[in-house]
Design a protein around this ligand. Structure first.
Ligand SMILES: [Zn+2]
Length: 93
């Protein structure tokens, strides 16, 4: 019986994708990424959490969405919502 060959498998480092981003809701433009995108692939949801202002959003994600994709979509919607609110205020005034 030969000796069992033991090959150590070294985990290949994953390419680092950013998971922290700037928060659009924080008033101070701190340029510090305070938003974290946490992806739960099993549930197909992503949580967007700001450690500074308490912003918290849950979004459903597509299979291959990376945090950066989730964040991009979130930003689009965030600003679209802001614009809508501003428009409504104008109408009300
Ligand atoms: Zn914030």
């Amino acid at each position: 019986m030969g000796r069992r060959k033991r090959r150590r498998v070294r985990p290949r480092p994953k390419p680092q994708l950013p998971t922290e981003f700037e928060c659009p809701a924080c008033i101070e433009p701190s340029r510090v990424p305070t938003v974290q995108v946490l992806i739960d692939r099993k549930k197909k949801v992503a949580e967007i959490v700001c450690s500074k202002c308490g912003l918290h959003e849950t979004r459903t994600i597509k299979k291959l969405d990376e945090p950066v994709d989730v964040y991009g979509d979130f930003l689009d919607e965030y600003y679209a919502r802001l614009e809508e609110e501003e428009r409504e205020e104008e109408v009300a005034a």
